[in-house]
Design a binder for this molecule. Structure first.
Ligand SMILES: Nc1ncnc2c1ncn2[C@@H]1O[C@H](COP(=O)(O)OP(=O)(O)OP(=O)(O)O)[C@@H](O)[C@H]1O
Ligand SMILES: [Mg+2]
Length: 249
């Protein structure tokens, strides 16, 4: 797991924002989320993304969920702890959104307001996949929380790291043998649970083809990196086209 961006720890109280919902979709930055199951390679590819953006002089922050601010990281510790008793699925869902609210208000929205790109390792699609499809919680209830916490703010683009469940679990298991601190509650779930997660992500991607870019994450690290760079180039092209249309209007 990547440690939260160092800037996350700076005087968060001073940066809390609240902006009207009608303005939230017009923020100048670009909000990109990384999704996919455990061990798919999301965190590994953060360095490819970082290098791509730096080479082009694009200002960005990278962050993760649950987490990204000191309060949200504290909630993350509770959510992922393997030494606490199992929590009620609704508790898990509400903690995820509590952490997300803090993350949005303190870090993500201010960065988007400054025109920066935000690269976020997991976001609300994970709540639908894990708590909705995985734990069986009501999807409309998740949608209510999404609306409450995010208003109309949604990621501009989502890179979906799609991979066979057996393969990703093998990768995660190998990683966890080296880095025992990485083992969390979700990784202890059954194969059936992880198959549901994969199916959920693919279904959501099919429902929103303009937002999702599927990456074949079963390839070598280098090949996945190339696919990630191609996806980012596609995003840049689309943003340039959108900007041109706005300028003409
Ligand atoms: N394309 C790849 N081929 C082989 N191994 C890989 C590849 N990408 C990543 N790995 C390895 O697989 C393990 C899991 O990768 P990583 O931690 O990036 O996954 P993740 O999607 O961030 O998982 P999580 O959701 O648990 O955070 C790591 O040990 C990493 O080195
Ligand atoms: Mg990761």
């Amino acid at each position: 797991m990547v440690p939260p961006d160092a800037s996350n720890t700076k005087a968060p109280e001073a940066r809390t924002v609240s902006i009207p919902d009608e303005k939230i979709n017009c923020l100048p930055g670009c909000f990109i989320t990384l999704e996919g199951g455990e061990g798919a390679g999301k965190t590994t590819q953060l360095s490819t993304i970082t290098a791509f953006l730096q080479q082009r002089g694009i200002r960005f922050i990278s962050t993760r969920e649950p987490g990204g601010t000191r309060v949200s990281e504290a909630i993350r510790a509770v959510l992922l702890a393997t030494d606490l008793p199992a929590m009620h699925a609704d508790t898990e869902l509400m903690l995820m959104f509590a952490a997300r609210n803090e993350h949005l208000q303190q870090l993500i929205i201010p960065a988007l307001q400054r025109g920066e790109w935000v690269i976020c390792d997991r976001f609300t699609d994970a709540s639908y996949a894990y708590q909705g499809y995985g734990r069986g919680l009501s999807l409309p209830r998740i949608a209510e929380l999404e609306q409450w916490v995010q208003g109309s703010l949604r990621p501009d683009f989502t890179l979906l790291f799609d991979i066979d469940v057996q393969l990703s679990r093998q990768r995660a298991a190998r990683r966890n043998r080296v880095d025992v601190a990485n083992v969390d509650r979700f990784e202890q779930e059954t194969c059936d649970f992880h198959e549901k997660i994969r199916a959920a992500y693919l279904q959501r991607a099919a429902q929103e083809p303009q937002r999702f870019i599927r990456i074949d994450a079963s390839q070598t690290q280098a090949a996945v990196g190339t696919a990630v760079q191609q996806a980012l180039s596609q995003i840049l092209t689309q943003r340039a086209a959108q900007h041109a249309v706005r300028t003409i209007q």
